[in-house]
Design a protein around this ligand. Structure first.
Ligand code: CA
Length: 347
C-alpha cells in the first residue's frame, strides 16, 4: 500500500473522480434497453459499460461505490481525498424538469456518502442546466445546505451549450456563492458524433476534448465572464488542449470579433487569453504525463493547476509515481496535489 500520511510533504487530492448513483445506473440501463433518446454517442459508450465485459463490470461496480471498495482503491494508489462528481451525462440525459428532481436526490445521496468519510471525500452538486432557475437553486442548496464544494456541468445538454444567456442563472449563483463549476465532457451530440464514431474516436480518446474545448470556448467568447468576472470554470484533461492553443485562439478571436462577420461574436473586454488564465482552472485528469502538465504550469500559472486521476475510468494506481517525479519544486508539487484544491474547494 502506498503511504497516505503527510510524510511525503503533501496530501494527494484527486479532483475529477466519478460517482454514479445506483438509481442513475439503473436509469441508464433502462434507456439502453428502450432507446427513447436519440443520442448515439451515449448508446455507444454506455452500451459497453453495461455489458458483460470484465472491464465494464469492474467499472460499473467501482463507480457506484461510496464506501469500502473506493477507499481501498484510493489507499492502493496513494490518493488521500477524492472530489466526487456525478458521472456524465448525469441528469443531463433526461427531460430538464425530471433532471432537476433527479439532481436533488443524487445530491442528497452524495452528501450522505461524503458525511460518512469527510476526511476522504468531498463532492460537487449536480443540476439540470436547461431548467435554469431550478439549477441555480439546487447549486445554492448543494453548497449551503449539503456542504458540497461547487457544481458539476456534464457538458452539452442533448446538443445545447450553455453560452446562451437564458441558461446563466447557475453561473450567476456560482459566482455569488464563490464556488467553481467543473465543465466535464459528455458523449458527443448527435450532430457531431458520426465522423468520430466510425473509427472509435468519439469518447475519451479524442472526441471528449473536442466537444468540451468547444463548449469552454463558446462560454468564453459569449461574454459570460464579462458578465460574471469572478466566475471560475474548471477544465479537466489538461484543459482539453486549450492551453496549447492560447496564442492562436487569442490572435484569431481578436481579429474575428472586430470584423462583425458573425452577429453573435462581439469584442470582449479582455483578450481571449486573459480569460483562459483568469477564469479557468485546470486539472490533469486522465493525463499522467509530466510534459503537458508542466506546460500548463508555465503558460497558465502554478496556482491554477490541480491533480485528478479520473477514477474509476482511468484507475491506474502506478500513475501517481510518474507525477511525483515531475520536474517541479517540492512547494510546487504540494500546490499541484493539495494546496490549489484546498483553496479552490475551500477544504
Ligand atoms: Ca472524468
Amino acid at each position: 500500500m502506498a503511504d497516505r500520511k503527510t510524510d511525503r510533504g503533501y496530501r494527494r487530492i484527486a479532483t475529477e473522480e466519478a460517482w454514479c448513483s445506483p438509481e442513475l445506473f439503473g436509469l441508464f440501463r433502462k434507456e439502453l434497453a428502450e432507446r427513447t433518446i436519440d443520442e448515439p454517442g451515449f448508446h455507444s459508450l454506455y452500451g459497453f459499460f453495461v455489458s458483460e465485459a470484465p472491464r465494464a463490470q469492474a467499472l460499473a461496480r467501482r463507480i457506484q461505490s461510496l464506501g469500502e471498495e473506493r477507499i481501498a482503491d484510493m489507499d492502493a494508489s496513494g490518493i488521500d481525498m477524492q472530489i466526487l462528481s456525478l458521472t456524465a451525462p448525469g441528469v443531463q440525459l433526461f427531460d430538464p424538469v425530471e433532471g432537476s428532481a433527479l439532481a436533488i436526490r443524487f445530491n442528497d445521496e452524495l452528501a450522505e456518502g461524503v458525511a460518512k468519510h469527510p476526511d476522504r471525500f468531498a463532492g460537487l452538486a449536480a443540476f439540470s442546466p436547461l431548467d435554469p432557475a431550478a439549477a441555480a437553486k439546487e447549486l445554492e442548496r448543494g453548497v449551503t445546505k449539503l456542504g458540497l464544494k461547487g457544481g458539476i456541468l456534464n457538458g452539452h445538454v442533448r446538443g445545447t451549450y450553455l453560452d446562451d444567456q437564458q441558461y446563466w442563472d447557475v453561473f450567476e449563483a456560482a459566482e455569488a456563492l464563490d464556488v467553481p463549476i467543473y465543465l466535464h465532457p459528455n458523449t458527443l451530440p448527435k450532430d457531431m458524433v458520426q465522423p468520430f464514431l466510425k473509427r472509435g474516436l468519439d469518447a475519451a480518446v479524442y472526441g471528449f476534448a473536442c466537444d468540451t474545448g468547444l463548449h469552454a470556448l463558446r462560454l468564453l467568447v459569449s461574454g459570460l465572464f464579462d458578465r460574471f468576472p469572478k466566475l471560475q470554470i474548471i477544465l479537466g484533461h489538461c484543459g482539453e488542449a486549450l492551453p496549447y492553443w492560447l496564442y492562436r485562439i487569442n490572435y484569431m478571436h481578436t481579429h474575428i470579433s472586430r470584423t462583425g462577420r458573425y452577429p453573435d461574436v462581439q469584442p470582449l473586454k479582455r483578450p481571449a487569453r486573459d480569460y483562459l488564465r483568469e477564469n479557468f482552472l485546470y486539472t490533469n485528469s486522465g493525463v499522467a504525463d509530466p510534459d503537458p502538465i508542466q506546460y500548463i504550469h508555465k503558460v497558465i500559472g502554478k496556482d491554477r493547476l490541480m491533480y485528478a486521476m479520473d477514477y474509476p475510468w482511468q484507475f491506474e494506481p502506478e500513475e501517481v509515481a510518474i507525477l511525483d517525479a515531475m520536474d517541479l519544486s517540492p512547494e510546487d508539487l504540494a500546490q499541484f496535489y493539495e494546496g490549489n484544491a484546498r483553496r479552490v474547494f475551500k477544504l
